[in-house]
Ligand binder design. Structure first.
Ligand code: NAD
Length: 254
């Protein structure tokens, strides 16, 4: 099979770790030139080194995905450096604290919404015109199983991820006739630094793997990346406005 992304230019946020790193590496193996963004310069450099060790092409930028100015500049830079944009993965995110709503500080709520939801709004706002000028393409936003459920203590996170699904549907609707597909992935419990840090704070997480995941294990970042890359590729050419759950069966039982 020919590579899914040869001669394609792809943008990925949250590329310095976890799922974003696995997506970036997977894309390069499918022939893409990638533009990678993250607030963590060190993580970003590690991802770029991994890509270059496989002779891949990667450009990196340190930015905060919640900043309109920084996202606008980045997409403009992609346009002037690569002349096009074929696909984008709006993937950066944070969990925020685990607290009941009556104890949840407003500033934490606002930060989680800014990083997880405003970032997806801003990403698509600036990616869509460039993808349109490139003749079409696709976007995949990272939601979560928390877009389908209401995990206690995670009000900001769940609200942000439900919002990602809503934004995904709206932008899919607005762009279906412009040859741009817009989808989301909803990962379940995936073994990345985000979840490892969370399980250290919250021992309940480890027990959850055995009781709540029919597959009896967490997902690997590469397993989430494979689904996201398929969704962004021409192999999914008639799929739009969809949120693909990749969770080892975690949400089968409702
Ligand atoms: P991770 O912590 O390994 O990676 C997240 C990356 O996003 C980090 O490199 C971080 O520096 C970057 N980032 C965070 N805030 C940023 C900001 N303001 N600007 C730019 N970059 C920023 O976590 P991950 O598990 O790979 O998470 C990736 C996405 O997957 C997130 O949207 C997360 O909510 C989602 N997700 C993860 C899981 C899981 O179990 N790991 C489950 C469902 C959804």
């Amino acid at each position: 099979m020919p590579p899914l992304f040869s001669n394609k230019v792809v943008a990925v946020t949250g590329a310095g770790s976890g799922i974003g790193r696995a997506i970036s590496l997977g894309l390069v193996r499918e022939g893409a030139t990638v533009h990678l963004a993250d607030r963590d310069a060190e993580g970003l450099a590690e991802t770029a080194d991994l890509i270059r060790s496989e002779e891949g092409r990667a450009f990196t930028i340190q930015l905060d995905v919640s900043s309109e100015l920084q996202i606008e500049d980045w997409i403009e830079q992609i346009g002037s450096m690569s002349g096009r944009l074929d696909a984008a993965f709006n993937n950066a995110g944070i969990t925020g604290p685990a607290k009941r709503i009556e104890d949840y500080p407003l500033e934490d709520f606002q930060r989680v919404i800014a990083v997880n939801l405003q970032s997806v709004f801003l990403g698509m706002k600036y990616q869509i015109p460039l993808i349109k000028r490139s003749g079409g393409g696709s976007i995949v936003n990272t939601a979560s199983v928390a877009a389908l459920t209401g995990p206690g203590g995670m009000s900001a996170y769940a609200a942000s991820k439900h919002g990602v699904q809503g934004l995904t549907r709206v932008v899919a609707m607005e762009n279906a006739a412009h040859r741009i597909r817009v989808n989301a992935i909803a990962p379940g419990w995936t073994e990345t630094p985000m979840v490892v840090a969370n399980s250290e704070q919250n021992p309940g997480f480890a027990a959850l793997v055995q009781t709540a995941i029919p597959a009896k294990r967490g997902g690997k970042p590469e397993e989430i990346a494979a689904a996201a890359i398929w969704l962004a590729s021409d192999a999914a050419s008639y799929v739009t406005g969809h949120m693909l759950t990749v969770d080892g069966g975690m949400t089968i039982g409702g």
